[in-house]
Design a binder for this molecule. Structure first.
Ligand code: NI
Length: 252
């Protein structure tokens, strides 16, 4: 069930049965010459959608912009500062908690969001922790998974892409988006990648990033991405993360 396509009475009825929700979170940032700006948001959204085909679960609107300051040297990239993203995550959780949601499972598509997710969860828990009586704040549990790091996805990425997986604009994430949006993939997938495998190095600010990684990729060869591999990645990611979500619901 997509929250955005539900009426409020439907959400109220869902809350009678479950208080869990999946929160896709991504980024709007360059993904090299052959990857979509929305890659990091599209991947978790597709995975969440696939889980929802299998079990009755509410899917929140995707948080489409993330902590991506280092990508701002490339047109189309958008970023929230860590402090802004922490506030966004916190307000989204408390909005939903206000009316009864209490288990929040974030499927994250962007490594740069990780510290902000962790900090946001601590801010959320702190609202209660600083008051012996909870301070009127709802008691919630939040958890997140970086989909590209989970066991079943890593296994396929290792087998199919080896060192070509790299670190940014990876064939795994590009493959998943190509599976989800084949017509747009058709338009962009033939752009030239030179060198074949992108350089690797540290990440600092946007200007330095563009100097080190001129076409935007880090260590990856996204030419290895195919929609077929994308379909496979989607199915294993959905299966594994469904298990993680169900475990969060069952926690005592
Ligand atoms: Ni990405």
């Amino acid at each position: 069930m997509r929250l955005q396509l539900c009426t409020w009475p439907e959400v109220e009825a869902y809350l009678e049965k479950s208080t869990g929700i999946i929160m896709p979170i991504g980024s709007a940032e360059q993904h090299g010459p052959t990857g979509f700006i929305g890659t990091d948001a599209i991947c978790p959204e597709l995975i969440a959608g696939s889980i929802a085909e299998n079990i009755e679960v509410m899917i929140a609107p995707t948080i489409n912009v993330g902590m991506a300051q280092h990508h701002l040297g490339f047109p189309g990239s958008m970023a929230l500062r860590p402090t802004t993203l922490i506030a966004v995550i916190r307000d989204c959780v408390f909005s939903l908690a206000r009316n009864g949601f209490d288990r929040f499972f974030f499927i994250n598509g962007h490594g740069g969001n990780t510290p902000s997710l962790q900090a946001a969860f601590s801010e959320i828990y702190a609202e209660r922790s600083f008051h012996a009586d909870g301070g009127g704040s709802p008691q919630v549990r939040c958890s997140f998974a970086n989909w590209w790091k989970i066991k079943s996805v890593k296994k396929i990425a290792d087998e199919m892409f080896g060192a070509g997986e790299g670190f940014h604009a990876t064939p795994s994430e590009v493959a998943l988006t190509y599976y989800g949006y084949p017509e747009d993939a058709e338009r962009v997938h033939t752009a030239k990648l030179d060198p074949k495998r992108a350089p690797v190095g540290p990440i600092y600010d946007a200007e330095d990033y563009r100097r080190r990684f001129p076409d935007g990729r880090i260590g990856s060869d996204p030419a290895l991405a195919t929609p077929e591999i994308g379909a496979k990645l989607l199915s294993v990611a959905a299966a594994e993360l469904q298990g993680d979500y169900e475990a969060l619901l069952k926690e005592d």
